[in-house]
Design a binder for this molecule. Sequence first.
Ligand code: UDX
Length: 433
Amino acid sequence: MRISVTGCGYLGAVHAAAMAQLGHDVIGIDVDVHKIDRLAAGEPPFFEPGLPELLTESIASGRLRFTTDPAAAAAATAHFIAVGTPQASDGNAADLRYVDAAVDALLPAIGPGHVVVGKSTVPVGTAARLAERIQSTGARLVWNPEFLREGYAVRDTVEPDRLVYGMEAADEASVAVLDEVYAHAIGLGTPRMITDFATAELVKVAANAFLATKISFINAMAEIAEVVGADVTQLADAIGHDPRIGRRFLNAGVGFGGGCLPKDIRAFTARAEELGRGEAVAFLKEVDNINLRRRRRVVDLAMAELGGSAVGRKVAVLGVTFKPHSDDVRDSPALDVAVALKGLGAEVVATDPKGIANARARHPQLEYAEAVEEALRGADLVILVTEWPEYTAIDPVAARGLVAGATIIDGRNALDRDDWVAAGWRYRGMGRS
Ligand code: UDX
């Protein structure tokens, strides 16, 4: 299948490279010249495990090319739209300007027999609106949400949990095109559902809303546990044994961040309000509030441990990305905590295996250390905010020899508390006594 992918960010670049590796002929298109130059040279402009190898192999095979020229899409039959839908600067709604621009750019390149495939996360109703604009070209639109997780994006793209094709009306030709694109996943027995546009759009936001709610639920339990001296990790283990609940996504800590969950629940709330059904998802505002309170909780704990004043105290912040195995600092709880403590007068030294360049671009006022030892040296307080394996593997005995004050706040409940306490540390977890 000849494929174009418009938008070569965390989603599109992985999709383009993975589709090429599966044997398709792929052209990746983006307006960002710098990004395209790097991708064409086989260098991902962001960190994603497995992507460098995938890019190099696919480019070498001759099946993957990159360009800034939207006209290059004309040679393809399936046209994926994988541009970002960030939170609008003036509110909670999604900013659809990149989706609209991508469709506008595709219009001259598409015609009968072509299928435009929307992967971006959009407010329900967007696909129907875009389908009207595409209609005059004779091409069809399918809404095909993605569910990939950063850090596991290659695997999630090649072997997705499910495939959803949202369509305006029964359209066997478009289904056949997508089935050919996803022949590998379908061959593995991946469930494939055909829905209408609105259902496909809602599947994506509902999945993210559910995941965000699950995390905020356990973080709400952490708030209660903190008052009564209970242990939220044991609580999560115990309720997680119930298969109806399940243990995954029940890790209490500093909460969720990233380019998806926070903005998707806000955009969903805004869209529901537009539809006159704001009350149906009003709980998502509380999900957001609980989540943001966790960041403040870490800052409050830090201030308490510093005796009420952070001025001139060195705080080592382990992690700046929103989660491990990514260099993404968008809406990162870790970075929020670092910035807040800096604002309170602390001498913050942040470290991260992959995220320093992105963090520095946003917050040049922070000090960054490449090596964790450098961050720890002389610190009055250590805060683990992103559970990189490098940090959960730190030897508490060796670390104790570096710091000035042996207190650690485990913002992800990711460390072995007993080991740290045995090494002489004062350990503060989230929702744990
Ligand atoms: C998410 C969805 O998982 C994915 O399906 C969708 O396509 C995009 O959004 P991603 O943003 O990559 O993916 O990260 P995810 O692994 O879902 O983690 C989101 C945030 O939740 C991270 O900040 C993570 O640290 C946090 N989290 C996750 C918790 O705080 N506790 C948990 O138990 C799980």
